[in-house]
Design a binder for this molecule. Structure first.
Ligand code: TYM
Length: 334
């Protein structure tokens, strides 16, 4: 608890092009929650190198992601927005927590299984212990709540298990974090295969709406979205394509699925897809404009990156010191 507020932590990887899934499943909720909590939002570049990256490209994407957080409405003077690699406590705590995590637990992580199938030539130890680094991110700040999309739920549960295990040995060291998974938008699916989540790494660009897509591209991609032949805008598991479009429209406009079914009752898929495309394009345009103007203010972004790295380092040290002492590391001689 800082300044009488509970603590919120979340992060995103600076890998690939950010999608509408990242926005509706995570970033939008961060913005709506940020005033209520003491917030830490990290650009998790250390997680990114579990998959091979081009260094210059990674730096560029990390900067773009930082700018996106701010452009989306997170004030970096009120929220601690920083690069994970600037705060050494993440790696230090992750090492300790590795020694309190079982291989059996990591073997069960579905994202590890998916990613190792995708990157067969580079199944590195970092990819395997990635959820432990994520637990360290969260536990380092005594986090109460972690807003994420549904795909991160399993990692969150592991972070809770690790924290509880550590506490049961050493006393109340860590706050046990709660996931915050939004009611709408927590699982946005691919526009080309509604059985699969919308993902930055999808090879088919028509499967995802990127936050950088212009209006025509957004509308065209929704026009091409895979649906069905039932010709009925209904929120049903039997119509996964339409259900996904209703979820997107709902998370974008805040209308409920029932209201949306009513709005499009008797209308064709063409009308519905156009409405979804227009609503999403209208939402993205101001975001894109703010990114463009913020990107010009290099000095401001630089100063925020610097100040917040110092702030996060200072605050994370409190927990790190406590943990080091508990496990038996000798005190530094000053
Ligand atoms: P990442 O970078 O894959 O995704 C960032 C956030 O976007 C959400 N998300 C989605 N939500 C709904 N529908 C989708 N199709 C979709 N795709 C992605 C994710 O759930 C996530 O909230 N391991 C994390 C990053 C991370 C983290 C943390 C998060 C590292 N440390 C600590 C929270 C707390 C990841 O790779 O997210």
């Amino acid at each position: 608890m800082l300044d009488g507020k509970k603590t919120l932590f979340s992060g995103m990887q600076a890998t690939g092009n950010l999608t509408l899934g990242n926005y509706l499943g995570a970033l939008k909720n961060w913005v709506s929650l940020n005033e209520e909590y003491q917030c830490f939002f990290s650009v998790v570049d250390m997680h990114s190198i579990t998959v091979r990256q081009d260094p210059a490209e990674l730096r560029k994407r990390a900067r773009a992601l930082y700018t996106l957080y701010v452009a989306a409405g997170l004030d970096p003077e009120k929220n601690c927005i920083y690069y994970q690699s600037h705060v050494s406590g993440h790696a230090e705590l992750a090492w300790i927590l590795n020694c309190y995590t079982y291989m059996g637990e990591l073997n069960r992580m579905t994202q590890f299984k998916d990613k190792s199938a995708k990157h067969e030539d580079n199944i590195n130890a970092g990819l395997y212990t990635y959820p432990v680094l994520m637990a360290a991110d969260i536990l380092l700040y005594q986090t109460d709540v972690v807003p994420v999309g549904a795909d991160q739920k399993q990692h969150l549960e592991l972070a809770r298990d690790i924290a509880a295990r550590f506490n049961s040995i050493y006393g109340d060291v860590f706050t046990i974090p709660e996931p915050y998974i939004g009611k709408v938008g927590a699982r946005i699916m691919s526009l080309q295969n509604p059985e699969k989540k919308m993902s930055k790494s999808d090879e088919n660009p028509n499967a995802s709406i990127y936050l950088t897509d212009d209006r025509d591209t957004v509308i065209r991609k929704f026009k091409r979205a895979v649906t069905d032949s039932l010709a009925d805008v209904r929120y049903s598991d039997e119509q996964p394509g339409i259900k996904n479009l209703i979820d997107i429209y709902s998370a974008t406009t805040m209308k409920t699925p029932a209201e949306i079914e009513k709005e499009f009752s008797g209308k064709g898929y063409g009308d519905f897809k156009l409405a979804v495309g227009e609503a999403v394009a209208d939402m993205l345009k101001p975001l894109q404009d703010r990114i463009a103007s913020l990107s010009k203010d290099k000095a401001y972004i630089d100063s925020m990156i610097k100040n917040n790295a110092e702030k996060a380092s200072y605050l994370s040290n409190k927990t790190l010191r406590k943990v080091q002492k508990k496990v038996g590391f000798p005190e530094k001689i000053r």
